[in-house]
Design a protein around this ligand. Sequence first.
Ligand code: ADE
Length: 224
Amino acid sequence: MRIDIVTCLPRLLDSPFGDSILKRAQQKDLVSVCVNDLRQYSTDKHQRLDDYAYGGGAGMVMLMEPILNCFRTLQSEREYDEIIYMSPDGEQFSQSMANELSLKKNLLILCGHYKGVDERIREHFITREISIGDYVLSGGELAAAVVSDAIIRLLPGVLSDETSALTDSYQDDLVAPPVYTRPAEFEGMKVPDVLLSGNEAKIEEWRFEQSVERTKKRRPGLIS
Ligand code: ADE
């Protein structure tokens, strides 16, 4: 899979993709993440990426031209399955959307800034708009990193235990059960006996019950 991220603040993405699981996934060639600096696609002598909004009002609007120059360059090299715009008014991101996007070959993600992009970009070039939640970030970069992380960890070979992504919270519309590690007792706080029993069937049953209980208590909306 290849993910191209288009941004006016490329350095914001150095850390999320330069460490841990996402770094290793790239080193193992399981995914290629390319961060494209919009400024390099500006033809303006001051390399401006934004301008005042027609009709007035506070806040700048991202210019069409650098975005289209960047999109067209990238699209001349490969076809994209989705051209995504990160925006707080987009479709709410979810595990099922991550699952679906993890099956694609090439994704292009545009990060918004200031008051957003010229609406004509959204109307004519964007195929999908994604929000990571009902709050407003200063830009789409962190949201793009969240979406990319959720997708990349699902790619075969990225997680060392192949089954662990399948047992995550939300994969079956249930939150994950509690987990414990050594010691079995710490300052009087004990690990549930069933987990020490060695009885796999009983452990599975307990985990499922815990998941259902937790989901009912914490996220009742997930259980229909
Ligand atoms: N850009 C700013 N806020 C955002 C959000 N909540 N989701 C996606 N992109 C954003």
